[in-house]
Design a protein around this ligand. Structure first.
Ligand SMILES: [Cu+2]
Length: 144
């Protein structure tokens, strides 16, 4: 949905394929909105119109999660996380208990955003490293 992000991710794939050099690819179509590198979401902030599906992809070899900050969501928004946990505490416990919600290398996670406002989120294992992001849902979205 984000033309600039889409074109940017295509460029990334071209580089990756070029570096691989032996014809081996991950099967990646290059179509995602937010990449997950070793320790950050890239880009950190995306701006979308209500009803837009945002797609995250783990572009690293480290397992990550996409977990909402329960207290920082718009008032009407339900909690969300890559493990479909009921709460932030459950998501954090689930990760510690067995990597619940993990998104592994080349895997993707999608969520459709309806509620206008800023949806702040983080990666449970890498929050301390600053792996946090924002999905800004606005009628005036410039990316969608
Ligand atoms: Cu992470």
């Amino acid at each position: 949905m984000d033309r600039r992000a889409f074109l940017g991710s295509l460029g990334g794939v071209a580089v990756a394929v070029g570096l691989a050099g032996c014809g081996q690819t991950s099967g990646d179509t290059g179509n995602y909105d937010v990449g997950m590198t070793t320790r950050k979401f890239d880009p950190v902030r995306v701006e979308v119109a209500p009803g837009t599906t945002v797609r995250w992809k783990n572009t690293s070899t480290h397992a990550h999660t996409v977990t909402a900050y329960e207290d920082e969501l718009p008032d009407e928004a339900a909690f969300w996380s890559s493990g479909d946990s009921d709460s932030q505490a459950a998501a954090e416990d689930g990760w510690l208990g067995g990597n619940e919600g993990a998104i592994y290398e080349d895997e993707t996670y999608e969520r459709t955003f309806e509620t206008v406002g800023t949806h702040a989120y983080f990666c449970v294992p890498h929050e301390a490293s600053g792996m946090v992001g924002n999905v800004v849902v606005t009628e005036d979205a410039t990316d969608a």
